[in-house]
Design a protein around this ligand. Structure first.
Ligand code: ATP
Ligand code: MG
Length: 683
C-alpha cells in the first residue's frame, strides 16, 4: 500500500543521558538478546527467573504450548510445576533484603492538598492484615474477589492481599456503572467485594458505594450473592474541591472535609479500617503453581463486548517485571509516574506489579490531568522529580490543546523517559511530547500492547532504539512479530498486514475466563499457528513497525486500503484540529468513502475554509482518492473509559443507524446522542 509518511524519515537517536546507563544500550545488544529470546526462550527467561523467588527453587517444565488450532486445543504454559507468589516477590523479597524503608508510592490525591506516602514495609504489613481478614472470612486460593476502588493505596493493598492468599482478583474500574460492575461480578462468580465509599474526580463526585450496592442487588437477582463487602471510608479523609477556592490570597487551602453519607447493610458491609486493623500484620503466603490464575481483567470493549482476560502467576510476573525494567530503563533512584488507572491492564502491569517487582518508587495519582489546572501532571512531575512518565495519547492530545504554557510553568527537567500507550500516537502529538514535555532530551517510548499480552510487546528501548515519531519500533524480547496478508501469507520486508505473533511469551493470556472457546475463536481461528492481535501494522524499509489501528476499522476507499491512523494523523496536522476519528461509510461508487469527525482546539471555528483545508491535507498527505466525503464537527468523541476512540459507534452514526451495540464501557454516552443529532445535512 502506498503511504506518504514524512515521520518515517525522522529519526531521533537515544538521548545521551539515557544511553549512558541503559540496561540495553545499543541496537546490536538488542538484536542479540532478542534473537536468543526467540531461539531459546528457556535459556533467556530462566536467567531472569533466577532474580525472583520460586519456592521450590526450580524452573519447572519451562515452556509448552500449542498455537495451532488445527492440531488441538490452544494452551500455553510457562514454568509449570514451579511454585511462587507474586505478592512475596513484590514486597517480602525487598523487605527481607533490607529495603523496607524505601518508598513504594507517593500518593497524590485529587486535591493537591491531599498527599502521603507508603514504604515497602508498611505496604507489606497492611497487605498481611487484609489477607488475614479475608482468610478469616473464608476466602481461599482460587476464589474470585471483585475490587471496585479509586486510585488509593488500599487498591494496591487489596490486589496484593488477594494475590498473597492465592485468590484471583477481578478489578473493575471505579466509575463503571452498576450494570457493568454486576456483569463482571457475575461472570467471575465473585462472592466478595472490596470497594470504597466514593471518590472525587476533579469536581465530580462518584458515589462508589451506592453503585456497588445497586450492583449487588442486581447480582442477587442473577443468582450470585455477594456475601461480604469491605468498604474503605475514603471520603472522610479527603479535601472537598470547593475548598480550593480559598487559595486566591496565596494562603494554603482550607481543609473542608465532606460528610459523605452511605447506606450500610450490616449483613454484608464491613468497614475496612475496623475489620483489618485488628488482624495480625504477618501472614504466610500461599505458594501457587506458576500456571495458577492471578487475575482476570476485562478488555476495554472498543471492538465489541469486553473479554474477561485470564492471566497466570509465574509468566505474568516475569514479563511485567522485565518489560518495566527495559522499556523504561528503570534504575534505583528513579521516580516513576504512570497516569493509568489500576482498573486497566496498564495499571495492573505498570502501576502495581512491574514497579513493585523492581522495588521502584512510584507516584499513585487519584485525580485527573486538568484539575485544578491544566498543568497538574507537570506540577506532580516537578514535585516528585519524576524521571519516568507514562501516559496515553488521549491525555497528550487533550493537554496539547492548552498549548506549551502549562508545561513551561513547571520544572520538568528531571524527565528521562516518556512513555505512551493505548492508541496509535499521531506524529504531531509525539513531537509535542518530545519537544515540549521532554525538552528534546527524553526518550519517547511508544509501547504497543494489549490486555491480552500482559505487558509491552512492541516498544523502543530508551537507551538503544533510534525512534521514529508514531512508530512502536521493534518487538520486545520473546515476541516474534509477523505480518500476514488476508490469505495468511507472510509479508516479508516492507509491507502492511495483520499483526500476529508466532510463538508465546511468558506474559500472554491463557484463556478467556470461563470461555476457552471464545479465546480460541478470537485469537487463533483466523490464522492457525499464530496469535492474532486484531490490529494492523506496517513494516517500513528500515524494519520499524507502525501499528495502524484495528483491522475492524480499516477503510477501503475505491479499492485503496487505508488505516484510521493514517487519515487521522493527516487531519491532526491541520493547525486548528485537536483530535480526529475516521470511519468508513458505504458508497455506491467507491465501495466506501471517508466520514471524519474532528475536534478543534480551544477557540477555533469550524468554517468552510477549515473544511477545505482539512480535505486538502488528506489529499496531499495520502492521495486524492482519500479525500473525506463527510467532515463533522465533534465537540467530543465517544471514548471508552480507558480513553480509546470507539469507532464502531461512529460508523453507526455515519450511516444514521441507532443500533450502537454494547456501549456500556463508554465514558460519556451523551456524546453519542449529540453527534447523532448533529450529523451534517448532506449525510
Ligand atoms: P476490546 O478488545 O474489548 O475491543 P481494547 O482492544 O480497546 O478493547 P485494550 O486491551 O485495553 O482493549 O487495548 C488494546 C488495544 O489498544 C490494542 O489492540 C491496540 O488497538 C491499542 N493500542 C494500545 N497501545 C497502542 C500503541 N502504542 N499503538 C497503537 N495502538 C495501541
Ligand atoms: Mg482488544
Amino acid at each position: 500500500m502506498a503511504m506518504a509518511n514524512s515521520a518515517e524519515e525522522l529519526v531521533f537517536n537515544p538521548p545521551e543521558l539515557v544511553a549512558k546507563n541503559a540496561h540495553c544500550s545499543s541496537m546490536e545488544q538488542y538484536r542479540e538478546m532478542h534473537k536468543e529470546s526467540i531461539k531459546d526462550p528457556e535459556a533467556f527467561w530462566s536467567k531472569i527467573a533466577k532474580e525472583f523467588h520460586f519456592e521450590n527453587n526450580s524452573v519447572g517444565k519451562f515452556f509448552e504450548y500449542n498455537f495451532d488450532i488445527t492440531k488441538g486445543p490452544i494452551f500455553i504454559q510457562w514454568m509449570k510445576g514451579s511454585r511462587t507468589n507474586i505478592c512475596y516477590n513484590c514486597l517480602d523479597r525487598h523487605v527481607l533484603a533490607g529495603k523496607g524503608d524505601a518508598i513504594a508510592f507517593y500518593w497524590e490525591g485529587n486535591d493537591p492538598a491531599d498527599r502521603n506516602s507508603v514504604t515497602y514495609a508498611e505496604l507489606l504489613s497492611e497487605v498481611c492484615q487484609v489477607a488475614n481478614f479475608l482468610k478469616s472470612r473464608g476466602v481461599a486460593a482460587g476464589d474470585r474477589v471483585a475490587i471496585y476502588m479509586p486510585m488509593i493505596k488500599e487498591l494496591v493493598v487489596a490486589m496484593l492481599a488477594v494475590a498473597r492468599i492465592g485468590a484471583v482478583h477481578n478489578i473493575v474500574f471505579g466509575g463503571y456503572s452498576a450494570d457493568s460492575l454486576c456483569d463482571r461480578i457475575v461472570d467471575a462468580g465473585a462472592e466478595v467485594l472490596l470497594c470504597a465509599d466514593g471518590v472525587w474526580r476533579g469536581n465530580k463526585l462518584v458515589h462508589l458505594k451506592e453503585i456497588a450496592d445497586e450492583a449487588m442487588k442486581m447480582c442477587s437477582s442473577r443468582g450470585v450473592e455477594v456475601r461480604l463487602n469491605v468498604v474503605v471510608r475514603h471520603m472522610t479523609r479527603v479535601t472537598h474541591p470547593a475548598s480550593l477556592h480559598d487559595t486566591s490570597n496565596g494562603h494554603p487551602a482550607k481543609k473542608t472535609h465532606f460528610d459523605h453519607q452511605v447506606t450500610w447493610n450490616s449483613d454484608v458491609d464491613v468497614d475496612w479500617e475496623t475489620a483489618t486493623s485488628s488482624s495480625s500484620s504477618e501472614c504466610p503466603v500461599v505458594w501457587l503453581d506458576s500456571e495458577d490464575p492471578l487475575f482476570m481483567l476485562y478488555t476495554s470493549g472498543s471492538t465489541g463486548k469486553p473479554k474477561g482476560v485470564l492471566h497466570t502467576v509465574g509468566g505474568y510476573m516475569l514479563y511485567a517485571a522485565t518489560t518495566f525494567k527495559y522499556s523504561f530503563n528503570y534504575h534505583p533512584g528513579d521516580v516513576y509516574f504512570c497516569t493509568a488507572d489500576i482498573g486497566w491492564i496498564t495499571g495492573h502491569s505498570y502501576v502495581t506489579y512491574g514497579p513493585l517487582l523492581n522495588g521502584a518508587t512510584s507516584v499513585l495519582f487519584e485525580g485527573v490531568p486538568t484539575y485544578p489546572h491544566t498543568g497538574r501532571f507537570w506540577e506532580i512531575i516537578e514535585r516528585y522529580k519524576v524521571s519516568k512518565f507514562y501516559t496515553a495519547p488521549t491525555a497528550i492530545r487533550t493537554l496539547m490543546k492548552y498549548g506549551d504554557e502549562p508545561v513551561k510553568k513547571f520544572d520538568v527537567s528531571s524527565l528521562r523517559v516518556l512513555g505512551t500507550v493505548g492508541e496509535p500516537i499521531n506524529p504531531e502529538a509525539w513531537l509535542w511530547y518530545h519537544r515540549v514535555v521532554g525538552g528534546g532530551n527524553a526518550a519517547i517510548v511508544d509501547t504497543f500492547w494489549q490486555t491480552e499480552t500482559g505487558g509491552h510487546v512492541i516498544t523502543p528501548l530508551p537507551g538503544a532504539t533510534p525512534t521514529k515519531p508514531g512508530s512502536a519500533c521493534f518487538p520486545f524480547f520473546g515476541i516474534s512479530v509477523c505480518l500476514l496478508d488476508e490469505a495468511g501469507e507472510e509479508i516479508e520486508g516492507e509491507g502492511e498486514g495483520y499483526l500476529v505473533f508466532r510463538q508465546p511469551w511468558p506474559g500472554m493470556m491463557r484463556s478467556v475466563y470461563n470461555n476457552h472457546q471464545r479465546f480460541q475463536e478470537t485469537y487463533f481461528q483466523k490464522f492457525p499457528g499464530f496469535y492474532t492481535t486484531g490490529d494492523g501494522a506496517r513494516r517500513d524499509k528500515d524494519g520499524y513497525i507502525w501499528v495502524t489501528g484495528r483491522i475492524d476499522d480499516m477503510l477501503n476507499v475505491s479499492g485503496h486500503l487505508l488505516s484510521t491512523a493514517q487519515v487521522e494523523s493527516a487531519l491532526v496536522e491541520v493547525e486548528q484540529v485537536a483530535e480526529a476519528a475516521a470511519v468508513a461509510r458505504p458508497h455506491p461508487v467507491k465501495g466506501e468513502c471517508l466520514y471524519c469527525f474532528v475536534t478543534l482546539k480551544q477557540g477555533e471555528k469550524f468554517t468552510e475554509e477549515l473544511v477545505a483545508d482539512m480535505k486538502n491535507k488528506v489529499r496531499s498527505k495520502i492521495g486524492p482518492f482519500a479525500q473525506p466525503d463527510y467532515l463533522q464537527l465533534a465537540p467530543g468523541l465517544p471514548k471508552t473509559r480507558s480513553g480509546k476512540i470507539m469507532r464502531r459507534v461512529l460508523r453507526k452514526i455515519a450511516v444514521g443507524d441507532r443500533d450502537f451495540g454494547d456501549i456500556t464501557t463508554l465514558a460519556d454516552p451523551t456524546v453519542v446522542e449529540l453527534l447523532f443529532e448533529n450529523r451534517p445535512a448532506n449525510a
